[in-house]
Design a protein around this ligand. Sequence first.
Ligand SMILES: Cc1ncc(COP(=O)(O)O)c(C=O)c1O
Length: 415
Amino acid sequence: MSIKNIALDIDFVKAQFPAFKDPLSSKWSFFENAGGSYVPHNVIKHLNNFMTSTKVQPYAEFDISAIAGNNMDKATELFAEMINARKDEIIIGASTTMNMYVLSNAMKHFIKPGDEVIVTNQDHEANIGAWRRLESYGAVIKEWKINTENAELEIEDLKALLTNKTKIVAVTHCSNIVGSINNLQSIAKLVHEYNAFLVGDGVSYAPHGLPNVKDLDVDFYTFSLYKTYGPHLGLLYGKKEILNQLPNQNHEFLEGDVPYTLNPGGPNHEELSCLVGIYEYFNNLYNHHFPDENNTLRKKIEKINELISNHEEQIANPLLEYLNSRNDIKLIGKKKIENKNRAPTIAFTFVNQSSKKISDQLVKNGIATRNDNFYAWRCLKALGIDVDDGVVRTSMVHYNTHEDVEKLISVLKKI
Ligand SMILES: Cc1ncc(COP(=O)(O)O)c(C=O)c1O
């Protein structure tokens, strides 16, 4: 049976997330997933276990400390395997914004006056501001601008910006407003022809399918674990050979202890250890849908990714179609998801009403959403949208249902 014919068992999925049974959370049709997702019970279990039994300094000889250290290492190893990286290429930091800042601070050592850094105006500010700061070290900042007709980044425009002086290109894998998936693989090929580094922001991509960083051939890649069914942490991947060249930003005596040299301090232990719960969730999802197929962990993730994107496509396309059919709504980005070219992160404005007013009405009717610029203020500015009022963003992940979408459409019909 082709995977297209295997439907995601939504009841099984929802049963893994305690929020759907919680009296406070369960009353909402939840459309703010791009802000932060719910967590499965395995994550909560590991967090609880760490805090209850092993909440001591890890890596000592006594058992509870050794167990704490093992769980932390296991979490890093599993995530490395799930995104096809090596475990010494993974850095767990407080957030993506923090990871980008720490990375750009280290990368300034590669910058000579006159070197060029390319940022976009489609990205979240986390993958713009950190790189724009390199201007104070002599970098010339160039902006890869969206086509304001369709809000997309066109690869031809990047080609026109790249020169032999280009050192860094920072671009999102998926915009948290436009929703389009940018082809990082072809961007990487182009950027590497100029011997420059590519930094990909996967925050809006990873919740819809963990990436294969080696296939993408990005030099650095980040995503926020709290939007990917985990606690409030950020994951940074970096190619080992590049990490090796970055300066030690940690204690002097840790020199050479890559990747721990990048962050000036260690990760949050309890939150790192509970990332094992995300692996367990995906593994359970795999075993439930493919009980007779044994596979490598990365292969399992690929099958889960396909299952998830088929479901997301099916629930998001009716909403996109509805929004697009209304003359008083301006939908941002692609009008249909085809072959995973867009995430179900759907932003729009009303022609004659403020986004705040629309969002308030949605919330009053049980739809958890919000209006904002979602820190992609340069993107909104380029599209001529008031950055204070922002857009209404309705973002879904694989635990959203047809019923959620029907409810949202029925509320929008009343507005
Ligand atoms: C696309 C994108 N990049 C980066 C970030 C920043 O992530 P963090 O909150 O982990 O700093 C966000 C957060 O919303 C985002 O949506």
